[in-house]
Design a protein around this ligand. Structure first.
Ligand code: ATP
Ligand code: MG
Length: 469
């Protein structure tokens, strides 16, 4: 039953409230009917008594006879009592010897002109409404007339009403019990499903999804659990992919290092030049390994959000100029044109100088690496609020359908390019992250076989005269 706790609690509360309401309502209805019937009977008995006293006032024998008949007919007992206490007339079913209902104090009241009425239970348990009124003859009270009306019929009616109340109360209670049970089931079933699903997800079954379609809080909780599972699944998948990518990227240069150092060690070369070429490969691969490890380290830090930035006022023109100078030699080696220009009034940006240089160098290196003829044009455009750095090349370009992916870790356009150009696919993912953390925007457009254009935008610091023109 533990699994159905919420339903049970809810059911108990509803049923208790319902029970209390039903009991109070039943009691109130019962009281209402009892009071109504009693008042009605009292009024009737008093009315009959009044009739009798009027008849008795006529004080002839025929009226006595009529009274007896009338008493029988209206199913009441009557007693005519003198002030002395002796009964002069009696009729009806009530045992005439039982007169305990006639009290001296009541008689006194009647003989002084008042009316009395009371509820009386005889020794055998029958109950009566008793009404006593004075009979007058010639302005003098001659006797007291008591009329006793049995409450039996009224009690029968009342017990009928009570039976009906109990029956309908029980029916309503059973109905409420059923409805409560259904509601509890409806409410607790999705909760149980969610509990099971989250346990499964915790165990690593990340394909688990909930099929709860309701639009209420329960539905949105289920949606949140589904989203969590999707995120975890994505995280697990990308992490696995990342590890396999990392080990693959590390394995390649290590194989080269192993192979070529063995060749050199075992003196398997024929000329000194050949040996130098092998040593050069070993050196290149070591450098590449170094780069890869640096990139991985940067990436790990950025993933954890632990990258520490030193923000300062940066003159982007100067920074770009230095970066261009650094890659000049590489461009020259490939006989590529490399130009650097600027337009607008230069101003400062708020950024981390080292990271900014890393961004620019990455873009420049890519441009040189993926360009075989033509060249690279670097352009800085200053507007009043922003500065845009454009790095445009006339290289091999990137197919349009691959553009959305080039910022993903280890993503390379056509895997064969890597062997040819030697990249690992980490550069742009780092560039993107670095641009984001410094509040910039990054855009790329490219045409296969014609060239690629990267644009990054940063907000300028408010001009306070320190900027260069
Ligand atoms: N200027 C460009 N022209 C053509 N293709 C490009 C250019 N820049 C990037 N690419 C493509 O996008 C891919 C991802 O670039 P990214 O800089 O992330 O990796 P990489 O240059 O291969 O390796 P890394 O920069 O980590 O050494 C590259 O492999 C390349 O195919
Ligand atoms: Mg690159």
């Amino acid at each position: 039953m533990r699994s159905n706790r919420v339903g049970l609690k809810l059911g108990l509360v509803i049923i208790s409230v319902f029970l209390i309401v039903i009991l109070f309502l039943g009691f109130a209805i019962d009281r209402m009917f009892t009071n109504f019937y009693s008042a009605e009977m009292r009024r009737e008995t008093e009315e009959i008594t009044s009739h009798f006293t009027v008849m008795a006032n006529a004080a002839d024998t025929t009226s006595e006879q009529t009274m007896m008949t009338f008493a029988e007919f209206s199913n009441v007992s009557i007693f005519n009592i003198l002030e002395s206490g002796s009964v002069t007339l009696h009729s009806g079913v009530h045992d005439s010897t039982d007169r305990t209902f006639i009290r001296a104090s009541d008689l006194k009241k009647i003989f002084s002109g008042e009316k009395v009425s009371l509820l009386y239970e005889d020794p055998s348990g029958n109950r009566y409404f008793v009404s006593g009124q004075p009979i007058t003859a010639g302005g003098v009270i001659t006797s007291a007339l008591y009329v006793m009306s049995s409450t039996e019929q009224m009690e029968q009616s009342l017990s009928g009403v009570r039976n009906l109340l109990i029956l309908s109360g029980t029916g309503a209670f059973l109905l409420a019990l059923g409805i409560t049970w259904i509601i509890a089931q409806v409410l607790s079933r999705p909760l149980l499903q969610m509990q099971k699903a989250t346990r499964k997800i915790a165990r690593g079954e990340l394909e688990t999804r909930l099929e709860i379609k309701s639009k209420d809080e329960i539905g949105s909780l289920a949606d949140a659990i589904n989203d969590l599972a999707i995120d975890l699944q994505h995280y697990r998948d990308t992490r696995q992919e990342l590890f396999s990518n990392i080990s693959h990227e590390l394995r390649t240069p290590i194989t080269y290092l192993e192979g070529y150092s063995k060749v050199v060690k075992d003196k398997l070369y024929e000329t000194e030049e050949e040996k130098d070429r092998y040593l050069d490969i070993i050196y290149q691969e070591a450098v590449r390994l170094q780069h890869l490890v640096d990139d991985l380290f940067d990436m790990a830090k950025m993933e954890e959000g632990k990258i520490s930035l030193v923000f300062e006022r940066i003159d982007l023109s100067e920074l770009v100029e230095q970066a261009v100078r650094k890659v000049e030699l590489k461009a020259k080696d490939k006989s590529l044109r490399l130009t650097n220009s600027q337009s607008g009034k230069a101003s400062l940006v708020h950024a981390d100088g080292k990271r900014m240089e890393q961004i620019v160098l990455n873009l420049l290196e890519n441009a040189i690496r993926y360009t075989e003829q033509g060249g690279i044009d670097v352009h800085l455009v200053y507007t009043s609020k922003r500065v845009t750095l454009i790095v445009e090349d006339t290289g091999i370009g990137i197919p349009e359908e691959e553009l959305p992916y080039i910022f993903e870790r280890f993503y390379r356009v056509e895997k064969s390019r890597s062997r040819q150009f030697g990249g690992t696919g980490l550069g742009l993912s780092i560039v993107k992250k670095l641009v984001e953390v410094q509040g910039g925007e990054l855009q790329v457009s490219s045409k296969l076989g014609e060239g690629t254009r990267f644009e990054i935008q940063f907000v300028l610091l408010p001009d306070n005269g320190e900027g260069r023109t």
